[in-house]
Ligand binder design. Structure first.
Ligand code: 6GU
Length: 228
């Protein structure tokens, strides 16, 4: 998978080298490249934003630098996916992470929260797939932190990334429920004991207990995830 990121804070993405994504790059499964949006400005102030048509607070990112930056990345490709992090996007989920993990080329357009001129999404929407995605129902200053989260969630699902693929199947959200609680040694810690069933060796009982824990946790913390 090829990952391109366009941002006015390219240095933010230096952590890509040290995270799980760094492993994916070492294994040759993922290549990442960061483009500075301001490289596509031509005025002394390297201006990337302007006041909104129709008035209102804040600034809007100008379309021309975005157009040139993304053109320079995709060329005449038609199979790339342009991910636009936005609090107004579709809520990002494990299912979307799985879909995007199967793509060959992802381009992340990190705008500031007031947004990018809509014509950028409209224009590229006629050439490639465009996916506005939100990290959750709160506002960040820009798309950079959301992009890091998206990349981490997506790249760990690329086949060959995680040592034990079973660890992917058993985690929170993969089966629509929250994960069951986990324990390791010592058996007694600060007067707290590991649940007896987990030490019983009875695999059917353990599986049943874990399922019940998943359902109880999901009911208590995320009832919205449960079917009617
Ligand atoms: Cl993806 N971007 C920004 N700027 N704010 C957000 C977000 C994304 N998701 C939640 N808030």
């Amino acid at each position: 998978m090829r990952i391109d990121i366009v941002s006015i804070f390219p240095e933010f993405f230096s952590v890509l080298d040290v995270s799980l994504v760094g492993k994916a790059r070492q294994k040759g499964l993922v290549s990442t490249s960061v483009t500075d949006l301001r490289d596509f400005t031509y005025d002394v102030h390297r201006t990337v934003d302007d006041s909104p048509y129709g008035g209102g607070a804040g600034m809007v990112m100008k379309p021309e630098p975005w157009g040139e930056a993304i053109d320079s990345i995709i060329g005449d490709e038609t199979s790339a996916v342009l991910v636009v992090p936005s609090p107004a996007g579709e809520p990002f989920t494990q299912a979307i992470a799985r879909e995007l993990a199967a793509e060959e080329h992802l381009v992340f357009a990190c705008g500031r929260y007031e947004g990018i001129d809509q014509r950028v999404m409209d224009h590229f929407g006629s050439r490639i797939r465009v996916r506005p995605l939100s990290l959750g129902d709160y506002v960040l200053n820009g798309g950079e932190v959301a992009t890091m989260a998206f990349i981490e969630a997506i790249t760990r699902l690329i086949p060959g990334m995680v040592g034990n693929p079973e660890s992917l199947v058993e985690e929170s959200h993969e089966d629509g429920l929250l994960e069951y609680p986990s324990y390791t040694k010592p058996q007694l810690w600060r007067e707290l004991e590991v649940p007896e069933v987990l030490r019983s060796g009875n695999h059917a009982a353990i599986a049943a207990w874990r399922r019940e824990q998943q359902i109880e946790r999901t009911k208590a913390i995320r009832p919205d995830l449960l079917p009617e």
